[in-house]
Design a protein. Structure first.
Length: 152
């Protein structure tokens, strides 16, 4: 029985790895950092909501679906990168080789880091004043865009 479980586990892991390798074009350090940041963001957001009496399952599910969509867009960007490469097209920015997938990952990583800092503040964790000020400024710009209908 133990051998059967071991074979199933190894087979499942291999299939899972092959699927992610194909969909994301490989597993990079940048993608790994984004995955960790996403997990920390979600758990710290749930913790902050729980501590502040704002915990709602609907909001939690929305967060999960946003993360799924984020990774789906990153996978799509990886596929576009592979298509460009297959067609002999090079994506260059300022004369440097660029990757659409890496651009998406860096954008979402910045967003996740900002959210983690906000969650830390909501949990009562002291933040350096320059960090709190930067978050406040960035949130103000985001809220203005949101009011204009430019964001989400």
């Amino acid at each position: 029985m133990k051998e059967h479980i071991d074979v199933v586990w190894k087979g499942s892991t291999a299939i899972f790895g092959a699927f992610f390798g194909f969909v994301f074009g490989g597993w990079s350090q940048l993608l790994q950092v984004l995955m960790y940041a996403s997990i920390i963001d979600y758990t710290s957001g749930m913790a902050a909501a729980g501590v502040n009496g704002e915990l709602k399952s609907k909001i939690g599910w929305r967060g999960i679906f946003k993360k799924i969509m984020m990774f789906a867009l990153i996978a799509l960007a990886a596929q576009v990168d592979m298509l460009f490469k297959e067609q002999g097209l090079n994506l260059e920015v300022f004369g440097l080789q660029a990757s659409l997938q890496e651009a998406f990952i860096m954008f979402y990583l910045g967003n996740e880091l900002l959210s983690i800092i906000e969650n830390a503040g909501r949990l009562g964790l002291p933040l350096p004043s320059f960090v709190a000020d930067a978050v406040e400024i960035l949130n103000g710009k985001y809220k203005k865009k949101e009011q204009k209908g430019e964001v989400e």
